[in-house]
Design a protein around this ligand. Structure first.
Ligand SMILES: [Zn+2]
Length: 338
């Protein structure tokens, strides 16, 4: 039996590392995604009002040429608007340029203080593609780190969208945190089943509710079953976490080479990889979103674990149709040379 609860705790600890600049000066990037109409702007406006992310440079992406909510403009410390193209595809270059310019301004101005970059994606964006584009950009990879991907899902339309739109599924799969909106008037059983369905697609994400942007403590039935919209997962296998102990590894280089090889071969079935690996340089946080390995980052010693035997040298792969024994055997052959 997979220790899903302990994996959940482990992943939550990875994610709880706060959105502060790293010692190497890289700035945190938070991606806020979700399908059209999920309530991204309403939620974000409230978070900015509450100061949840501290000082914020906001980038708003609108796939169409539409004006940006004035209230958003008031709440962020600075804002860029990318209109007329979606940042995961036809607006990608525009996004990368905007991020590079922000990084340059930040590097040039000593008194700007630290800021969190928040990207509100268009409703048609796949956050995984955006994370990949940033990880591949040699300048941005040195200046930013992906802190968290938050995806909003409208309770009223979740099942219909997940059934019909592969994109909605992709958005949920890569989320670190899922916020279910418009659920307050949805009967308990129904919203419980929506939550169970999202949990099945994205077993490692934190799931909560919000009403008009405000966190809502809505009850759910933990025994509720997911909706049978598993057309895709029935064909392709259910997504679940797999845990791998990589202690005794031949160092970071062999681990990253092994991971690249695994993602190259099985990237379609691995959605996320997260883990902390101890190296002579310190504890490295390793992350990938789909095939893209994010640049590793050195964590402060105190941030994660904190116990006598922290969860170092443990990585979690989230994906489907992975044979645990073959995964371990592959790692032993490659990483340990046995
Ligand atoms: Zn796109």
């Amino acid at each position: 039996m997979l220790e899903s609860r302990s994996i959940q705790c482990l992943i939550e600890r990875f994610l709880m590392s706060d959105a502060e600049p790293r010692r190497d000066g890289r700035l945190p990037l938070l991606i806020v995604g979700g399908f059209l109409g999920a309530g991204k702007t309403t939620w974000l406006r409230h978070q900015l009002h509450e100061g949840r992310f501290g000082r914020v440079h906001l980038i708003v992406n609108e796939a169409a040429q539409t004006p940006v909510d004035n209230l958003l403009l008031e709440r962020a410390d600075s804002i860029d608007v990318i209109a007329g193209g979606c940042a995961c595809c036809d607006g990608r270059e525009h996004l990368l340029k905007s991020l590079r310019e922000f990084c340059e301004r930040q590097a040039a101005a000593v008194d700007l203080g630290s800021q969190t970059l928040v990207l509100e994606t268009s409703g048609l964006a796949d956050p995984g593609k955006i994370a990949g584009a940033i990880a591949r950009d040699p300048i941005l990879a040195r200046r930013l780190f992906l802190h968290r991907t938050i995806v909003l899902v409208d309770a009223l339309h979740a099942c219909e969208l997940l059934q019909s739109e592969a994109l909605a599924w992709c958005q949920v799969e890569v989320a670190d945190e899922i916020i279910i909106t418009k659920a307050i008037d949805v009967p308990v059983l129904e919203r419980s089943r929506v939550a169970a369905t999202l949990r099945q697609i994205s077993p490692s994400s934190q799931i909560s509710f919000a009403d008009f942007g405000v966190a809502a403590d809505l009850s759910t039935d933990p025994l509720a079953l997911p909706y049978p919209i598993i057309a895709r997962s029935a064909q392709e296998g259910q997504i679940r976490p797999y845990r791998l102990n990589v202690s005794g590894a031949g160092g970071w280089v062999s681990l990253s080479a092994w991971l690249s090889a695994v993602l190259e071969a099985r990237g379609d079935s691995i959605v996320r990889v997260k883990g902390v690996v101890r190296t002579p340089a310190g504890r490295l946080l390793l992350q990938s979103v789909r095939r893209e390995v994010q640049p590793p980052e050195i964590l402060p010693e105190s941030k994660i674990g904190g116990g006598t035997v922290p969860d170092d040298d443990l990585i979690v792969l989230i994906g489907r149709n992975i044979d645990q024994q073959r995964l371990e055997a592959s790692w032993r052959r490659f990483g340990l040379g046995c």
